[in-house]
Design a protein around this ligand. Sequence first.
Ligand code: MLT
Ligand code: MN
Ligand code: ZN
Length: 298
Amino acid sequence: MTLRAIILGAAAGGGLPQWNCGCENCNLARRGEIPAQTQSSLAVSPDGQNWAILNASPDIRIQLGNTPLLFPTGLREMPVQSVLVTNGDIDHVAGLLTLREMQPFTLFATNSIHDVIAENPIFDALNASVVKRRPILLNEPFELVTNLTATLFPVPGKVPLYLEGEHVQTDLVGEQTVGVALHTQGKSAYYIPGCAALTPELRAQLDGADLLFFDGTLWQDDEMVRTGLGQKTGKRMGHMSMDGPEGSIAGFADMQIGRKVFVHMNNTNPVLRPNSAENAQACAKGWTIGRDGMEITL
Ligand code: MLT
Ligand code: MN
Ligand code: ZN
């Protein structure tokens, strides 16, 4: 059994290009001068036949259409057995609405994330008699798809933007933002598309991993402010950045990880330009810049 992972969408919320963004990257992507990227999602399978989708992005319809391994195998038979969401953010749950049509699958999430979904009646479009909503406890292994065990663990983060109150804690550790651990044949893969900080607990957990997909939202914390696109820093959005002494590239530098792949990249991130100095710098430090359609096997 080999773990297969396909990046369905390598971009963060908004995608590349984002509909209302005239930044350098978005314009290059519109002109076809750099590859466009769809929003945050990963497909995983232990055998190439049964698949789980980790995060249901608003682009899921196009992503499924671009991925022959996920095409229907019969009139209403799908290789996708389950969908798991790692937080309640729009880029990770809005695609659930595309997955209506009375198609059976299991929806996995923590209780808190299930509550967010349940509180919004539009998601009742996923008929409860057809789509089973299964709450998953932190740190308790469960069968994600036949022959593939997963475990959810807490990652520093915040509640979804649309649920933010006046005061926002951006490094909550609990059920609202989780990472996914996948174990198969003595090997381990981790999927963490949103992470506010690399805590000592997280370092201990990830050290020795064979494969890591990690939050690559921004290159620098103040990237959106400097490019004139908004007032928010990466920290305020609950994302650690790649560059700098507190960044993920430095944070993981002394750890033993077989393969490190950035996902969930915001359209402002210069690594999305294949010829940029930042892309070269990240690659020189042992990172792979994820892109739509990239398959990685373990
Ligand atoms: C994030 O990753 O910070 C969110 O997806 C932002 C958003 O909801 O647009
Ligand atoms: Mn996001
Ligand atoms: Zn842009």
